[in-house]
Design a protein around this ligand. Structure first.
Ligand code: AMP
Ligand code: GLY
Length: 455
Protein backbone atom coordinates (compact mmCIF):
# COMPACT_ATOMS: atom_id res chain seq x y z
CA UNK A 1 0.00 0.00 0.00
CA UNK A 2 2.91 2.30 0.86
CA UNK A 3 4.22 2.17 -2.69
CA UNK A 4 0.90 2.83 -4.34
CA UNK A 5 0.10 5.72 -2.03
CA UNK A 6 3.47 7.20 -2.75
CA UNK A 7 2.73 7.69 -6.44
CA UNK A 8 -1.01 8.01 -6.34
CA UNK A 9 -1.20 10.28 -3.34
CA UNK A 10 -3.30 13.30 -4.02
CA UNK A 11 -3.16 12.74 -7.75
CA UNK A 12 -6.82 11.95 -7.96
CA UNK A 13 -6.91 11.65 -11.70
CA UNK A 14 -4.55 8.71 -11.60
CA UNK A 15 -6.67 7.03 -9.00
CA UNK A 16 -9.77 7.54 -11.07
CA UNK A 17 -8.10 6.24 -14.21
CA UNK A 18 -6.97 3.15 -12.35
CA UNK A 19 -10.36 2.50 -10.86
CA UNK A 20 -12.10 2.97 -14.17
CA UNK A 21 -9.71 0.65 -15.90
CA UNK A 22 -10.09 -2.01 -13.24
CA UNK A 23 -13.85 -1.88 -13.74
CA UNK A 24 -13.98 -1.97 -17.47
CA UNK A 25 -10.95 -4.07 -18.35
CA UNK A 26 -12.61 -7.12 -19.86
CA UNK A 27 -9.44 -9.20 -19.88
CA UNK A 28 -7.76 -10.40 -22.97
CA UNK A 29 -10.13 -13.01 -24.30
CA UNK A 30 -10.70 -13.01 -28.06
CA UNK A 31 -13.68 -10.97 -29.06
CA UNK A 32 -13.77 -9.02 -25.80
CA UNK A 33 -15.00 -5.49 -26.37
CA UNK A 34 -12.49 -2.67 -26.52
CA UNK A 35 -9.06 -2.12 -27.98
CA UNK A 36 -6.04 -3.83 -26.51
CA UNK A 37 -3.18 -1.37 -26.89
CA UNK A 38 0.59 -1.67 -26.79
CA UNK A 39 2.85 1.34 -26.22
CA UNK A 40 6.58 1.02 -26.85
CA UNK A 41 8.88 3.27 -24.84
CA UNK A 42 9.25 4.42 -21.27
CA UNK A 43 9.59 8.20 -21.01
CA UNK A 44 7.29 11.14 -20.50
CA UNK A 45 6.01 10.97 -24.06
CA UNK A 46 4.98 7.34 -23.71
CA UNK A 47 3.40 8.11 -20.36
CA UNK A 48 1.36 10.80 -22.13
CA UNK A 49 0.34 8.41 -24.92
CA UNK A 50 -0.77 5.74 -22.45
CA UNK A 51 -2.50 8.32 -20.23
CA UNK A 52 -4.46 9.65 -23.18
CA UNK A 53 -5.42 6.14 -24.33
CA UNK A 54 -6.60 5.36 -20.80
CA UNK A 55 -9.22 8.10 -21.04
CA UNK A 56 -10.98 6.56 -24.05
CA UNK A 57 -13.96 4.32 -23.41
CA UNK A 58 -12.94 2.34 -26.50
CA UNK A 59 -9.77 1.11 -24.78
CA UNK A 60 -9.81 -2.16 -22.87
CA UNK A 61 -6.17 -2.72 -21.92
CA UNK A 62 -2.82 -0.95 -22.24
CA UNK A 63 0.49 -2.83 -22.22
CA UNK A 64 3.82 -1.02 -22.14
CA UNK A 65 7.50 -1.88 -22.51
CA UNK A 66 9.82 -0.86 -20.95
CA UNK A 67 7.61 1.72 -19.18
CA UNK A 68 8.69 3.48 -15.99
CA UNK A 69 7.74 3.50 -12.32
CA UNK A 70 4.60 5.58 -12.86
CA UNK A 71 2.97 3.60 -15.61
CA UNK A 72 1.94 0.48 -13.64
CA UNK A 73 -0.83 2.64 -12.19
CA UNK A 74 -2.85 2.28 -15.33
CA UNK A 75 -0.96 -0.09 -17.62
CA UNK A 76 0.60 -3.53 -17.55
CA UNK A 77 4.40 -3.46 -17.87
CA UNK A 78 5.79 -6.25 -20.06
CA UNK A 79 8.89 -8.14 -18.98
CA UNK A 80 10.84 -7.92 -22.23
CA UNK A 81 12.51 -5.01 -24.02
CA UNK A 82 10.68 -3.00 -26.71
CA UNK A 83 13.08 -3.99 -29.50
CA UNK A 84 12.65 -7.74 -29.03
CA UNK A 85 10.57 -8.25 -32.14
CA UNK A 86 10.09 -11.99 -31.55
CA UNK A 87 8.66 -11.48 -28.06
CA UNK A 88 6.55 -8.55 -29.27
CA UNK A 89 5.00 -10.64 -31.99
CA UNK A 90 4.26 -13.47 -29.58
CA UNK A 91 2.73 -11.03 -27.15
CA UNK A 92 0.58 -9.43 -29.83
CA UNK A 93 -0.93 -12.80 -30.66
CA UNK A 94 -1.26 -14.05 -27.08
CA UNK A 95 -2.81 -10.83 -25.74
CA UNK A 96 -4.94 -10.00 -28.76
CA UNK A 97 -3.29 -6.62 -29.25
CA UNK A 98 -5.21 -4.42 -31.68
CA UNK A 99 -3.14 -1.23 -31.70
CA UNK A 100 0.60 -0.56 -31.25
CA UNK A 101 2.15 2.90 -30.90
CA UNK A 102 5.90 3.34 -31.13
CA UNK A 103 7.25 6.24 -29.04
CA UNK A 104 11.02 6.82 -29.11
CA UNK A 105 13.22 7.77 -32.05
CA UNK A 106 15.56 4.77 -31.79
CA UNK A 107 12.69 2.28 -32.05
CA UNK A 108 11.11 4.30 -34.85
CA UNK A 109 14.42 4.33 -36.73
CA UNK A 110 14.53 0.54 -36.53
CA UNK A 111 11.20 0.42 -38.35
CA UNK A 112 9.52 -1.48 -35.48
CA UNK A 113 6.23 0.24 -36.32
CA UNK A 114 6.08 -1.19 -39.79
CA UNK A 115 7.32 -4.59 -38.62
CA UNK A 116 4.47 -4.86 -36.11
CA UNK A 117 1.97 -3.73 -38.72
CA UNK A 118 2.95 -6.64 -40.91
CA UNK A 119 1.45 -8.90 -38.26
CA UNK A 120 -1.97 -7.59 -39.19
CA UNK A 121 -2.54 -5.21 -36.29
CA UNK A 122 -2.91 -1.46 -36.50
CA UNK A 123 0.52 0.04 -35.91
CA UNK A 124 1.47 3.69 -35.57
CA UNK A 125 5.10 4.11 -36.58
CA UNK A 126 6.69 4.55 -40.01
CA UNK A 127 8.95 2.19 -41.91
CA UNK A 128 12.70 2.56 -41.45
CA UNK A 129 12.99 4.13 -44.92
CA UNK A 130 10.23 6.69 -44.28
CA UNK A 131 11.68 7.45 -40.82
CA UNK A 132 14.92 8.48 -42.51
CA UNK A 133 13.57 12.06 -42.43
CA UNK A 134 14.55 11.94 -38.78
CA UNK A 135 17.56 9.64 -38.56
CA UNK A 136 19.47 11.33 -41.37
CA UNK A 137 19.55 15.13 -41.30
CA UNK A 138 21.24 15.20 -44.71
CA UNK A 139 18.44 13.08 -46.18
CA UNK A 140 15.85 15.41 -44.64
CA UNK A 141 17.58 18.36 -46.32
CA UNK A 142 17.58 16.55 -49.66
CA UNK A 143 13.89 15.74 -49.34
CA UNK A 144 12.96 19.30 -48.38
CA UNK A 145 14.81 20.63 -51.42
CA UNK A 146 12.98 18.12 -53.63
CA UNK A 147 9.60 18.96 -52.11
CA UNK A 148 10.18 22.72 -52.16
CA UNK A 149 9.86 23.12 -48.38
CA UNK A 150 11.57 26.28 -47.08
CA UNK A 151 14.48 25.50 -44.76
CA UNK A 152 17.90 26.86 -43.78
CA UNK A 153 20.60 26.71 -46.46
CA UNK A 154 22.81 23.71 -45.75
CA UNK A 155 25.70 21.59 -46.92
CA UNK A 156 26.78 18.14 -45.74
CA UNK A 157 30.44 17.27 -45.15
CA UNK A 158 31.23 13.58 -44.97
CA UNK A 159 34.47 13.41 -42.97
CA UNK A 160 36.89 15.43 -40.86
CA UNK A 161 39.08 16.81 -43.70
CA UNK A 162 36.00 17.91 -45.66
CA UNK A 163 34.55 19.45 -42.48
CA UNK A 164 37.76 21.44 -41.82
CA UNK A 165 37.68 22.74 -45.38
CA UNK A 166 33.95 23.42 -45.11
CA UNK A 167 34.51 25.47 -41.97
CA UNK A 168 37.03 27.69 -43.78
CA UNK A 169 34.43 28.40 -46.41
CA UNK A 170 31.34 28.71 -44.18
CA UNK A 171 32.95 30.68 -41.36
CA UNK A 172 30.95 31.47 -38.20
CA UNK A 173 28.36 31.64 -36.86
CA UNK A 174 27.37 28.25 -38.21
CA UNK A 175 24.93 25.58 -37.06
CA UNK A 176 26.46 22.10 -36.86
CA UNK A 177 24.17 19.07 -36.98
CA UNK A 178 25.37 15.50 -36.46
CA UNK A 179 23.81 13.39 -39.20
CA UNK A 180 22.39 10.58 -37.04
CA UNK A 181 20.03 10.39 -34.05
CA UNK A 182 21.23 12.38 -31.06
CA UNK A 183 18.21 12.68 -28.72
CA UNK A 184 17.88 16.39 -29.48
CA UNK A 185 21.49 17.01 -28.47
CA UNK A 186 23.18 16.79 -31.89
CA UNK A 187 22.89 20.48 -32.75
CA UNK A 188 25.32 23.25 -31.89
CA UNK A 189 25.32 26.89 -32.91
CA UNK A 190 29.08 27.68 -33.12
CA UNK A 191 29.83 31.37 -32.72
CA UNK A 192 33.63 31.20 -32.94
CA UNK A 193 35.92 29.14 -35.17
CA UNK A 194 37.48 27.63 -32.06
CA UNK A 195 34.08 26.45 -30.78
CA UNK A 196 33.35 24.93 -34.18
CA UNK A 197 36.73 23.14 -34.35
CA UNK A 198 36.42 21.76 -30.82
CA UNK A 199 32.87 20.58 -31.51
CA UNK A 200 33.79 18.89 -34.80
CA UNK A 201 36.52 16.94 -32.98
CA UNK A 202 34.19 15.65 -30.22
CA UNK A 203 31.01 13.59 -29.94
CA UNK A 204 28.42 13.59 -31.38
CA UNK A 205 30.00 15.41 -34.34
CA UNK A 206 33.24 13.47 -34.84
CA UNK A 207 33.19 10.20 -36.70
CA UNK A 208 30.34 10.87 -39.12
CA UNK A 209 28.87 13.29 -41.62
CA UNK A 210 27.97 16.76 -40.31
CA UNK A 211 25.42 19.12 -41.81
CA UNK A 212 26.47 22.79 -41.78
CA UNK A 213 23.54 25.14 -41.72
CA UNK A 214 22.97 28.88 -41.84
CA UNK A 215 21.77 30.19 -38.48
CA UNK A 216 18.21 31.43 -38.58
CA UNK A 217 16.50 33.69 -36.11
CA UNK A 218 12.92 33.75 -34.98
CA UNK A 219 10.32 32.17 -32.76
CA UNK A 220 10.13 28.39 -32.72
CA UNK A 221 7.07 26.16 -32.74
CA UNK A 222 6.50 22.41 -32.85
CA UNK A 223 3.88 21.05 -35.20
CA UNK A 224 3.01 17.36 -35.05
CA UNK A 225 0.77 15.85 -37.70
CA UNK A 226 -0.78 12.47 -38.37
CA UNK A 227 0.42 11.36 -41.77
CA UNK A 228 -1.00 8.49 -43.80
CA UNK A 229 0.39 8.59 -47.32
CA UNK A 230 -0.67 11.97 -48.64
CA UNK A 231 -3.23 12.60 -45.88
CA UNK A 232 -1.90 15.08 -43.33
CA UNK A 233 -3.89 16.02 -40.22
CA UNK A 234 -2.42 18.62 -37.86
CA UNK A 235 -2.37 18.10 -34.09
CA UNK A 236 -2.42 21.06 -31.70
CA UNK A 237 0.77 23.13 -32.06
CA UNK A 238 3.09 23.53 -29.09
CA UNK A 239 6.15 25.43 -28.00
CA UNK A 240 9.12 23.46 -26.69
CA UNK A 241 12.05 24.93 -24.71
CA UNK A 242 15.16 23.15 -25.90
CA UNK A 243 18.01 24.91 -24.12
CA UNK A 244 18.84 23.84 -20.60
CA UNK A 245 18.88 27.33 -19.06
CA UNK A 246 16.43 30.17 -18.52
CA UNK A 247 16.32 32.68 -21.36
CA UNK A 248 17.33 29.96 -23.85
CA UNK A 249 20.91 29.68 -22.63
CA UNK A 250 23.25 26.70 -22.38
CA UNK A 251 23.32 23.48 -24.38
CA UNK A 252 20.39 21.89 -26.20
CA UNK A 253 18.44 19.19 -24.40
CA UNK A 254 15.64 16.82 -25.37
CA UNK A 255 13.23 19.55 -24.16
CA UNK A 256 12.89 21.29 -20.79
CA UNK A 257 9.19 22.07 -20.98
CA UNK A 258 6.35 22.87 -23.32
CA UNK A 259 3.07 24.71 -23.67
CA UNK A 260 0.00 24.27 -25.86
CA UNK A 261 -1.71 26.25 -27.26
CA UNK A 262 1.06 28.64 -28.22
CA UNK A 263 1.13 32.21 -29.49
CA UNK A 264 4.06 31.15 -31.72
CA UNK A 265 1.66 29.13 -33.89
CA UNK A 266 -2.03 29.51 -33.08
CA UNK A 267 -4.31 26.47 -33.34
CA UNK A 268 -6.23 28.14 -36.16
CA UNK A 269 -3.13 28.09 -38.41
CA UNK A 270 -2.06 24.53 -37.65
CA UNK A 271 -3.65 22.74 -40.61
CA UNK A 272 -2.61 25.40 -43.12
CA UNK A 273 1.03 25.27 -41.95
CA UNK A 274 0.93 21.46 -42.00
CA UNK A 275 -0.37 21.61 -45.56
CA UNK A 276 2.50 23.93 -46.51
CA UNK A 277 5.41 22.42 -44.58
CA UNK A 278 4.58 18.76 -43.91
CA UNK A 279 2.29 17.68 -46.77
CA UNK A 280 4.87 18.30 -49.56
CA UNK A 281 7.30 15.94 -47.85
CA UNK A 282 4.57 13.35 -47.31
CA UNK A 283 3.85 13.58 -51.03
CA UNK A 284 7.52 13.28 -51.96
CA UNK A 285 7.80 10.14 -49.81
CA UNK A 286 4.82 8.60 -51.60
CA UNK A 287 6.47 9.46 -54.94
CA UNK A 288 9.70 7.79 -53.78
CA UNK A 289 7.81 4.60 -52.97
CA UNK A 290 8.35 4.97 -49.21
CA UNK A 291 5.00 6.32 -48.02
CA UNK A 292 4.83 7.61 -44.47
CA UNK A 293 2.39 6.27 -41.92
CA UNK A 294 2.64 7.63 -38.42
CA UNK A 295 3.29 10.88 -36.63
CA UNK A 296 5.47 13.38 -38.46
CA UNK A 297 6.63 16.34 -36.45
CA UNK A 298 8.17 19.50 -37.84
CA UNK A 299 10.38 21.75 -35.75
CA UNK A 300 9.62 25.21 -37.18
CA UNK A 301 11.03 28.71 -36.94
CA UNK A 302 9.21 31.85 -38.00
CA UNK A 303 11.90 34.08 -39.52
CA UNK A 304 11.51 37.55 -40.98
CA UNK A 305 11.08 35.76 -44.34
CA UNK A 306 8.39 33.36 -43.14
CA UNK A 307 8.24 29.86 -41.68
CA UNK A 308 11.24 27.57 -42.07
CA UNK A 309 11.53 23.87 -41.19
CA UNK A 310 14.47 23.18 -38.86
CA UNK A 311 13.97 19.44 -38.68
CA UNK A 312 11.50 16.59 -38.95
CA UNK A 313 10.97 13.92 -36.32
CA UNK A 314 9.28 10.65 -37.15
CA UNK A 315 7.28 10.44 -33.90
CA UNK A 316 5.48 12.47 -31.25
CA UNK A 317 7.61 15.13 -29.59
CA UNK A 318 8.77 14.79 -26.01
CA UNK A 319 7.62 17.01 -24.20
CA UNK A 320 5.18 18.11 -26.93
CA UNK A 321 3.03 14.98 -26.56
CA UNK A 322 2.52 15.76 -22.87
CA UNK A 323 0.77 19.08 -23.65
CA UNK A 324 -0.90 18.26 -26.96
CA UNK A 325 -2.38 14.78 -26.55
CA UNK A 326 -4.58 15.89 -23.63
CA UNK A 327 -5.95 18.55 -26.01
CA UNK A 328 -7.03 16.02 -28.65
CA UNK A 329 -10.79 15.66 -28.29
CA UNK A 330 -12.86 12.65 -29.21
CA UNK A 331 -11.66 9.07 -29.24
CA UNK A 332 -7.87 9.23 -29.51
CA UNK A 333 -7.48 5.44 -29.55
CA UNK A 334 -9.85 5.05 -32.50
CA UNK A 335 -8.08 7.87 -34.30
CA UNK A 336 -4.72 6.14 -33.80
CA UNK A 337 -6.27 2.85 -34.80
CA UNK A 338 -7.50 4.34 -38.08
CA UNK A 339 -4.09 5.89 -38.75
CA UNK A 340 -2.28 2.62 -38.10
CA UNK A 341 -4.64 0.78 -40.43
CA UNK A 342 -4.22 3.29 -43.25
CA UNK A 343 -7.76 4.72 -42.93
CA UNK A 344 -6.94 8.19 -41.63
CA UNK A 345 -8.62 10.18 -44.43
CA UNK A 346 -11.83 8.20 -44.09
CA UNK A 347 -11.85 8.48 -40.29
CA UNK A 348 -11.31 12.24 -40.07
CA UNK A 349 -13.89 12.83 -42.81
CA UNK A 350 -16.43 11.30 -40.41
CA UNK A 351 -14.89 12.49 -37.15
CA UNK A 352 -13.06 15.76 -37.73
CA UNK A 353 -10.27 16.29 -35.24
CA UNK A 354 -11.01 18.96 -32.64
CA UNK A 355 -8.66 20.54 -30.12
CA UNK A 356 -9.80 21.35 -26.60
CA UNK A 357 -9.66 24.99 -25.49
CA UNK A 358 -7.86 24.07 -22.28
CA UNK A 359 -4.28 25.24 -21.78
CA UNK A 360 -1.51 22.80 -20.83
CA UNK A 361 1.98 23.47 -19.53
CA UNK A 362 4.73 20.91 -18.88
CA UNK A 363 7.64 21.84 -16.62
CA UNK A 364 10.31 19.13 -16.70
CA UNK A 365 12.06 18.29 -13.44
CA UNK A 366 15.60 17.26 -14.34
CA UNK A 367 18.36 15.38 -12.57
CA UNK A 368 21.67 16.99 -11.75
CA UNK A 369 24.08 16.67 -14.67
CA UNK A 370 21.46 16.67 -17.45
CA UNK A 371 21.87 17.06 -20.46
CA UNK A 372 25.26 15.48 -19.71
CA UNK A 373 25.40 12.30 -17.64
CA UNK A 374 22.67 12.65 -15.02
CA UNK A 375 23.05 11.56 -11.41
CA UNK A 376 20.53 8.80 -10.64
CA UNK A 377 19.17 6.83 -7.69
CA UNK A 378 17.90 9.77 -5.60
CA UNK A 379 14.58 9.27 -3.86
CA UNK A 380 11.58 11.20 -5.25
CA UNK A 381 8.96 12.52 -2.83
CA UNK A 382 6.02 14.88 -2.85
CA UNK A 383 3.96 13.30 -5.63
CA UNK A 384 1.10 13.14 -3.16
CA UNK A 385 1.26 16.91 -2.71
CA UNK A 386 0.12 18.00 -6.16
CA UNK A 387 -2.62 20.61 -6.47
CA UNK A 388 -5.79 19.97 -8.48
CA UNK A 389 -5.29 20.03 -12.25
CA UNK A 390 -1.63 19.00 -11.96
CA UNK A 391 -0.38 15.59 -13.05
CA UNK A 392 3.02 14.00 -12.60
CA UNK A 393 3.79 12.35 -15.93
CA UNK A 394 6.74 10.11 -15.17
CA UNK A 395 9.77 10.36 -17.42
CA UNK A 396 12.83 8.57 -16.06
CA UNK A 397 11.77 6.92 -12.83
CA UNK A 398 12.22 3.46 -11.38
CA UNK A 399 11.84 1.52 -8.13
CA UNK A 400 14.95 0.75 -6.09
CA UNK A 401 15.23 -2.70 -4.48
CA UNK A 402 13.42 -1.38 -1.40
CA UNK A 403 10.50 -0.19 -3.44
CA UNK A 404 11.33 3.52 -3.25
CA UNK A 405 10.60 5.71 -6.24
CA UNK A 406 13.96 7.00 -7.54
CA UNK A 407 15.51 9.02 -10.36
CA UNK A 408 16.52 6.87 -13.35
CA UNK A 409 17.64 9.42 -15.94
CA UNK A 410 17.83 13.06 -16.98
CA UNK A 411 14.21 14.11 -17.46
CA UNK A 412 12.66 12.67 -14.33
CA UNK A 413 9.09 13.98 -13.94
CA UNK A 414 6.99 16.12 -16.25
CA UNK A 415 4.77 18.33 -14.16
CA UNK A 416 1.81 18.75 -16.49
CA UNK A 417 -0.83 21.29 -15.51
CA UNK A 418 -4.18 22.03 -17.05
CA UNK A 419 -6.39 25.10 -16.71
CA UNK A 420 -8.85 27.36 -18.49
CA UNK A 421 -6.13 29.94 -19.10
CA UNK A 422 -2.44 29.66 -19.85
CA UNK A 423 -1.56 31.90 -16.89
CA UNK A 424 -3.38 29.57 -14.52
CA UNK A 425 -1.89 26.43 -16.10
CA UNK A 426 1.58 27.92 -15.79
CA UNK A 427 1.08 28.93 -12.15
CA UNK A 428 -0.20 25.45 -11.31
CA UNK A 429 2.69 23.71 -13.07
CA UNK A 430 5.21 25.70 -11.06
CA UNK A 431 3.34 25.07 -7.85
CA UNK A 432 3.54 21.35 -8.63
CA UNK A 433 7.22 21.61 -9.61
CA UNK A 434 8.05 23.02 -6.18
CA UNK A 435 6.22 20.30 -4.31
CA UNK A 436 8.02 17.36 -5.87
CA UNK A 437 11.44 16.85 -4.36
CA UNK A 438 14.62 14.96 -5.12
CA UNK A 439 18.24 15.79 -4.49
CA UNK A 440 19.72 17.87 -7.31
CA UNK A 441 16.33 18.64 -8.92
CA UNK A 442 16.38 21.55 -11.33
CA UNK A 443 14.02 23.06 -13.87
CA UNK A 444 13.65 26.14 -16.02
CA UNK A 445 11.66 28.94 -14.45
CA UNK A 446 10.50 30.50 -17.72
CA UNK A 447 8.48 27.75 -19.40
CA UNK A 448 5.42 29.26 -21.15
CA UNK A 449 6.42 32.77 -20.11
CA UNK A 450 5.96 34.07 -23.68
CA UNK A 451 2.45 32.63 -23.82
CA UNK A 452 1.45 34.49 -20.71
CA UNK A 453 3.13 37.75 -21.68
CA UNK A 454 1.05 38.05 -24.84
CA UNK A 455 -2.17 36.61 -23.45
P1 AMP B 1 16.92 20.47 -34.37
O1 AMP B 1 17.26 19.22 -33.60
O2 AMP B 1 17.36 20.50 -35.76
O3 AMP B 1 15.50 20.94 -34.14
O4 AMP B 1 17.71 21.61 -33.61
C1 AMP B 1 17.58 21.79 -32.22
C2 AMP B 1 17.51 23.26 -31.94
O5 AMP B 1 18.66 23.92 -32.48
C3 AMP B 1 16.33 23.95 -32.61
O6 AMP B 1 15.17 23.82 -31.88
C4 AMP B 1 16.85 25.36 -32.68
O7 AMP B 1 16.71 26.02 -31.46
C5 AMP B 1 18.31 25.18 -32.97
N1 AMP B 1 18.54 25.22 -34.43
C6 AMP B 1 18.50 24.22 -35.31
N2 AMP B 1 18.75 24.63 -36.56
C7 AMP B 1 18.94 25.96 -36.48
C8 AMP B 1 19.24 26.98 -37.43
N3 AMP B 1 19.41 26.71 -38.71
N4 AMP B 1 19.37 28.24 -36.97
C9 AMP B 1 19.22 28.53 -35.66
N5 AMP B 1 18.95 27.61 -34.71
C10 AMP B 1 18.82 26.34 -35.11
N1 GLY C 1 10.95 18.04 -28.20
C1 GLY C 1 11.89 17.69 -29.16
C2 GLY C 1 11.81 16.32 -29.63
O1 GLY C 1 10.95 15.55 -29.27
O2 GLY C 1 12.65 15.96 -30.42
Amino acid sequence: MGIVRDILGGDRVHRIIKEQRAQRSPGRSPGAPGLNCLVLGGGGREYAIAWRLARDQSVATIDVTPGNAGMPLFTRILDFPPDDLGRLEQHIVASHIDLAIVGPDDLVAKGIGQALGRGGISSVGPSREAAKVEWSKSYAKELMAEAGVPTARAETFADAPAQREGLERWGVPVVLKADGLAAGKGVLVARTLDDARVALASPPFNGGPVVFEEPLEGEEASLQALVDGETVVALPPARDHKRVGDGDTGPNTGGMGAASPTSALPDADAQRIADELIAPVAKALVARGTPYRGVLYAGLMRTADGWRVLEYNARFGDPEAQVTLPRVEGDFARLMYALGEGRLAEYVAEQPLRFSERAYVDVVLCAEGYPGTPKTGMRITGLDQLPAGVYAFHGSTRRDPRGNLVVAGGRVIHVVAEAGTMAEARARAYEGAERIEFEGKFYRSDIARQEVAVA
